[in-house]
Design a protein around this ligand. Structure first.
Ligand code: TPP
Ligand code: MG
Length: 361
């Protein structure tokens, strides 16, 4: 064999063993997911997921109202429409062991992690009792106690930070995995791919979750992305991808289990694309001129994640009356969170000088 051909063969072997096997590894999780896509929930389990999604929806509706009343200031990005993503994924995590990091559209992820709606609402309204002492607001919520690492306003910044969290899990050998959420817009950032490379090389225990809600501010994915099948974007880094219907909580939950098992097993990262839709504007100040009302109405009427779960619950024998009672009690819980926030004091002025990093360089 000529020298050059020999060395080429050797290089290929060390880079990925048998290429047909490693290509299978890239597709294997998607194939496992496609073969059995939905979590088999009994009525009690589905009810639990339904309640969590409904809590997020009612909480966000209330936050929208409080914003309109001027009780919430600054930026506020609502999660309405995307509830099945955070609930389906996070219900499969092990609280106290795993970690979550996301962008600025973060209220739903905290609620899905079981964080008290009162302290989230108090943060939104800038009160002392808020989860970031009322100094972070909508985009900067944080709770190390719950393994929730924000809340980040810089698009894509949570992706390398997420790899850092995953590195910490690996270094401490604590068995935890990190979920790092980002949007379809963020998916076009350079730092995402630098992170993919390092995470794959070091086999970090991280699941990259692209919440493809079809828009980045006013730009539709087709206008901004050369490859709109986002789950394929890890291929160049040997990261297996999964294409998931983010409007079906049972599908999300099942896909999460497949991904978590792989990542927890020390096999390195997974990239999941969750296809979803946001009903409200990008933020509260979005006039939404880039899409038609009919488009939103169509998704609401035919593909709503909460309605889908509700229909299944009814089929399983849950009564309309009991679902009404659940909605009522969730509305009361959210109302109590809003009352708590409104009646809590603002942070003391002395708080201006705390939690500030001041160092000499
Ligand atoms: C580095 C950076 N560039 C631009 C912005 C302004 N910006 C805020 S949100 C956003 C769109 C991001 O869209 P996507 O990643 O799809 O997330 P979504 O809002 O849909 O959840 C942009 C461009 C920013 N905050 N940070
Ligand atoms: Mg988006």
């Amino acid at each position: 064999m000529p020298r050059a051909a020999k060395s080429k063969a050797k290089t290929r072997k060390s880079a990925g063993d048998d290429p047909s096997n490693s290509d299978f590894a890239l597709r294997s999780l998607q194939e496992a997911h496609a073969a059995d896509p939905r979590y088999k929930a009994n009525r009690k389990k589905l009810l639990e997921l339904y309640e969590q999604m409904l809590l997020i929806r009612r909480f966000e509706e209330k936050a929208g109202q409080l914003y309109g009343l001027g009780l919430i200031g600054g930026f506020c990005h609502l999660y309405i429409g995307q509830e099945a993503v955070a609930v389906g994924l996070q219900s499969a995590l092990e609280p106290g062991k795993d970690s979550v990091i996301t962008g600025y559209r973060d209220h739903g992820h905290m609620l899905a992690y079981g964080i008290d709606p009162k302290v989230i609402m108090a943060e939104l309204t800038g009160r002392q009792a808020g989860i970031s002492k009322g100094k972070g607001g909508s985009m900067h919520m944080f709770s190390t106690e719950h393994g929730f690492y924000g809340g980040h306003g810089i698009v894509g910044a949570q992706v390398p930070l997420g790899a850092g969290l995953a590195f910490a899990h690996q270094y401490r050998e604590d068995g935890g995995v990190t979920l790092s959420y980002f949007g379809d817009g963020a998916a076009n950032q350079g730092q995402v791919y630098e992170t993919f490379n390092m995470a794959s090389l070091w086999k970090l225990p991280i699941i990259f979750v692209i919440e493809n809600n079809q828009y980045a501010m006013g730009t539709a994915v087709k206008r901004s992305s050369a490859e709109t099948e986002f789950y394929r974007r890890g291929t160049a880094f040997r990261i297996p991808g999964m294409d998931v219907n983010g409007m079906d909580v049972l599908e999300v939950r099942k896909a999460a289990e497949v991904a978590i098992e792989y990542v927890r097993g020390g096999n390195g990262p997974v990239l999941m694309e969750l296809n979803t839709y946001r009903y409200r504007g990008h933020s509260m100040s979005d006039p939404a001129k880039y899409r038609s009302r009919e488009e939103v109405k169509d998704v609401r009427e035919h593909n709503d994640p909460i309605e889908r779960a509700k229909k299944e619950l009814l089929k399983m024998g849950e009564s309309e009356d009991s679902l009404k009672a659940i909605d009522k009690s969730i509305r009361a819980k959210v109302g109590a969170a809003a009352d708590f926030a409104e009646s809590s004091p603002e942070p003391d002025l002395s708080e201006l000088y705390t939690d500030v990093l001041v160092e000499r360089y």
